[in-house]
Write a new protein. Structure first.
Length: 296
């Protein structure tokens, strides 16, 4: 099988269309289509179902895609190791984190890291589900739970807590709850019922103090912690917000400060193959220094 055709096939399978793959590869749609047709002819099997809204892999296409994807992952790993064999850390560093942690806590600190290591190119992938590090979908993950895969290396990054917040205007309008039972009479904002596993128990505020009773009904649900904070700032209601988002926010008022709140640990995670990567090591040490400086 021709390597160039496999490279184009991989791009098409990920993009779901000839046009979008062509944009990624800097090729015309017709050139991409011809290469895929030639690959299918050489293999004597169709790799895609064509339909009006795009392309779907056939069963044979799925088999080929899994293999090619794994090969690309191994090549990316080899490239990373070769780059790290040089004296100064350099190359792309792909980091994944939850939407809230990545955008609020991590992103503002990246500039200082790049000032220290200008030959490193950081790519942040922010999503609340977990990507597959073994397939090199990212080099590093900041995860909100300890990994269980044996081929992953991890180190605890920080412990943070969820506290209960409202805005000054909400408190002025609706009053300050004095007990957990008082929350039954207030407007609550929650994450949403389909929180991914890393964000387990994120909706604890709907149930705390309600032993044996149905959970409270929120006035609004939104699947992003930063958006929850913004809704609280607007005066909509009360929510549970993690320290790293609420830190230093003068538009929030912490309420029910004596209530025992959930704690969560964040972990710095990367594949075993990258244990000796200079890029990984300097980024880990940088974040640990930033955590040590972070006081809340």
């Amino acid at each position: 099988m021709d390597w160039d055709k496999l490279r184009i096939f991989h791009a098409v399978a990920e993009a779901g269309s000839f046009t979008h793959a062509g944009d990624t590869l800097n090729l015309s749609q017709s050139a991409v289509s011809r290469q895929i047709a030639a690959l299918e002819e050489s293999l004597a099997t169709p790799l895609f179902h064509r339909h009006a809204r795009g392309l779907i892999l056939t069963e044979q296409g799925e088999v080929l895609f899994r293999t090619v994807h794994e090969v690309f992952g191994k090549l990316a790993m080899a490239e990373a190791i070769l780059l790290d064999s040089k004296d100064r850390p350099r190359g792309e560093l792909k980091v994944t984190a939850t939407m809230a942690f990545g955008s609020v806590w991590m992103a503002p600190r990246i500039r200082e890291f790049l000032d220290l290591y200008p030959d490193i190119n950081v790519v942040l992938l922010l999503r609340d589900d977990e990507v597959d590090l073994s397939m090199r979908e990212a080099d590093i993950a900041i995860r909100m739970r300890k990994p269980v895969q044996p081929d992953l290396v991890y180190r605890k990054l920080m412990t943070f807590h969820y506290h209960i917040y409202a805005s000054p205007q909400y408190v002025k309008r609706a009053g300050t709850p004095k007990t957990l039972e008082d929350l039954d009479q207030h407007q609550l904002i929650s994450y949403g019922d389909e929180a991914p596993p890393p964000l387990r128990d994120v909706n604890w505020l709907l149930e705390v103090g309600r032993t044996g009773a149905p959970r409270r009904t929120p006035i609004m649900q939104v699947n992003n912690a930063y958006a929850i904070m913004r809704a609280v700032e607007s005066g909509l209601g009360i929510a549970s917000i993690p320290d790293y988002i609420a830190d230093g926010n003068g538009r929030l008022v912490r309420i029910l400060e004596d209530v025992e709140v959930p704690a969560r640990e964040a972990y710095f995670v990367y594949p075993e193959e990258l244990r000796n990567s200079k890029r990984i090591n300097v980024f880990r040490d940088f974040l640990l220094r930033k955590v040590a400086d972070w006081q809340y």
